[in-house]
Write a protein that binds this ligand. Structure first.
Ligand SMILES: *[C@@H]1O[C@H](CO)[C@@H](O)[C@H](O)[C@H]1NC(C)=O
Length: 280
């Protein structure tokens, strides 16, 4: 641009020289016109040059402002870069912490899984045990309950005598008869289930140089016989018991052999008892 302007000024000055020495011929006239045009052009160019200079000034001012803003921005950028570095460092630290925590979490999870597995096993074992206990309880509840005790006489006229035949004793005074397997009309205990039972008795007589005997029978067969002899006329006792395995329907009873007697005046001197220990 400046070079172009210098060239124009040079031309102008050259034209000025020619203007002073122009002639009156047609070519001089042309030159003069041309010069006038050139001058106008120069004026115009000067104007535009002024504008351009103004523009340049504005642009230079803008440039300064831009540079200042750039410098500010650059310093901000370096601050931000520094911050970025710090943030990255913190991020790295955080990441490694997170990794460590993740490892701890994994370990904890594994430990908890083991613990849960153990607890499940324990629980299963306990449930098995509980089921066994419940079944046992059910069995116990389902098992027949059989127990009886009876005294020989309700009230007291004393002696019960066998006479000339063996007497099946009927213990009439029922204390207990759970399960109703003992009959106070026949004196027989009839096993309603297969099982192990216990029977016992105590019988009394007042022996004044007399003998006494008592027997236990199962299904009409004698199982035991006890005897006693005394001279003092005071109460003598025979007492014993047996644990018996019975089939369903087996019967047990007490027998007073022929010729002997027992005493009971309603005060429970002679008793017969039995109960189911365990069903089989
Ligand atoms: C015999 O048993 C009855 C209950 O049936 C009781 O009231 C009585 O006191 C008992 N007799 C003796 C001497 O214990």
């Amino acid at each position: 641009m400046r070079a172009a302007i210098s060239l124009l000024v040079l031309l102008l000055s050259m034209c000025g020289v020619q203007t002073e020495s122009h002639g009156t011929d047609a070519s001089t006239q042309d030159v003069s016109t041309e010069l006038k045009e050139l001058r106008d052009l120069v004026v115009e160019l000067r104007g535009s040059l002024r504008h351009t200079r103004d523009d340049v000034k504005v642009l230079e001012a803008d440039n300064v402002a831009m540079k200042q803003r750039l410098a500010v921005s650059e310093s901000k950028v370096s601050v931000l870069e520094a911050e970025n570095v710090a943030v990255k460092e913190r991020l790295v630290a955080s990441e490694s912490k997170v990794e460590a925590l993740e490892r701890v979490l994994q370990d904890t999870k594994a430990e908890m899984k083991t613990e849960v597995d153990n607890l499940k096993k324990e629980n299963a074992a306990q449930e098995t045990e509980l089921t066994a206990v419940k079944n046992m309880e059910k069995e116990i509840r389902a098992a027949p309950k059989l127990a009886f005790s009876a005294g020989l006489r309700e009230s007291g006229d004393g002696y019960t005598e066998a006479g000339s035949n063996n007497l099946n004793l009927v213990f009439k005074k029922v204390f207990t008869n759970v399960g109703e397997a003992y009959s106070s009309t026949t004196g027989f205990f009839t096993a309603p289930v297969r099982g192990v039972y216990y029977f016992r008795f105590t019988v009394v007589d007042l022996l004044n140089s007399r003998y006494m005997f008592i027997r236990m029978y199962k299904n009409g067969q004698q199982l035991m016989q006890l005897g006693e002899h005394d001279t003092d006329g005071m109460a003598s006792y025979l007492s014993s018991g047996l644990t018996l395995q019975l089939e369903k329907g087996d019967v047990v009873n007490m027998v007073l052999p022929a010729g002997y007697r027992l005493y009971d005046d309603g005060n429970n001197q002679s008793t017969f008892s039995g109960f189911l220990l365990v069903p089989l």
